[in-house]
Design a protein around this ligand. Structure first.
Ligand SMILES: [Zn+2]
Length: 314
């Protein structure tokens, strides 16, 4: 069962079904409180009862049945797209040509999703920013001796910190779709990765190919979102080391994954920001300061972040 479809169902239950139920409940209470008009054998109470019963029936047909129809359609479409995504992932994992197509596809889907979300971008500029969601799927690599580069327990404090930063700075609910560990030892070139131009070159070769294959199998449930880019989780690889001073790396809109050092995951929130196209910022307490120690975002950064393909309402 797709997690995304379950989340959609929960959203319908919380945002639509619950308020409608509460509204009907209030109406029922009001009916009960009404004083009986004896001259017409309590006709006012009867009419009130008929009205609320009708409302309950309409609610059941529209909301409850609608909710299950949505869930079923979502599951069928989602699973089909997941399987298509898995096969396309095999093409995307072909070094050079497949990787180039994937980078280009990432860029196109980023631009397309930003254009589609332009209305929300304008609202954000004018100060309206309803809660949005951002998903991540974490994959822990294993070194040559089969030892994981990190553990879920080690990552949890940084996940919590990232969730607080995104909630406070941009009203974004950061959802962890899953934390998985690869089954076998990872190639050394994937354990110690480059960044910047080197990272880009590596992404086009066997390094990018391995990440693509692992993401497709471990985060299978999100293949459909990764296919279109919309609501696609940022895939976070916990590696052994990242070349350079920072403990993480992202290729921005060219890729849908980031790398963080498993033993030192302090750059998690920062790299997710890069994945959502945020560049570096020199303000000391800014999230996008290269030191990875900041927590704040300015208004422009907030709106750019919220307009990313990774950040959606449902
Ligand atoms: Zn950075």
């Amino acid at each position: 069962m797709a997690k995304y479809c379950r989340e959609v169902q929960e959203w319908i239950e919380e945002e639509i079904e619950k308020p409608v139920d509460e509204w009907i409940e209030k109406r029922v209470k009001k009916c009960k409180k009404k004083k009986c008009k004896k001259w017409c054998l309590c006709c006012n109470k009867w009419f009130c009862w008929i009205e609320t019963t009708f409302e309950k029936v309409v609610k059941w047909v529209v909301v409850t049945v609608g909710k299950w129809v949505t869930r079923t359609v979502c599951e069928v479409v989602h699973t089909t797209l997941d399987i298509i995504g898995l096969f396309l992932g095999l093409i995307f994992s072909i070094p050079l040509i497949g990787r180039l197509i994937k980078e280009l596809w990432n860029l196109i889907s980023e631009v397309a999703n930003r254009i589609l979300g332009v209305l929300d971008l304008i609202l954000c500029i004018f100060g309206v920013s309803w809660t949005k969601k951002l998903r991540i799927c974490i994959i822990i690599l294993r070194d040559e001796k089969n030892t994981p580069t990190s553990t879920p327990e080690k990552l949890k404090p940084e996940i919590k910190k990232a969730q607080e930063i995104y909630r406070n700075a941009a009203n974004i609910h950061l959802i962890v779709e899953g934390i998985y560990t690869v089954d076998n030892a990872s190639p050394s070139s994937n354990l110690d990765v480059g960044c910047g131009f080197n990272g880009w070159i590596e992404d086009l070769g066997l390094v990018g190919s391995y990440y693509e294959r692992v993401a497709n199998s471990k985060c299978f449930d999100s293949n459909s979102q990764r296919l279109t880019g919309w609501a696609a989780p940022v895939i976070v690889f916990a590696v052994r080391s990242v070349t350079g001073t920072a403990a993480g790396c992202s290729l921005g809109p060219f890729s849908d994954y980031v790398t963080i050092e498993g033993a030192n995951p302090e750059c998690l929130a920062h790299e997710i920001g890069h994945a959502c196209t945020l560049p570096h910022n020199s303000e000391k307490n800014n999230l996008m300061n290269p030191t990875c120690g900041g927590t704040k975002l300015n208004k422009l950064q907030k709106c750019i972040l919220r307009n990313s393909r990774h950040v959606t309402f449902i």
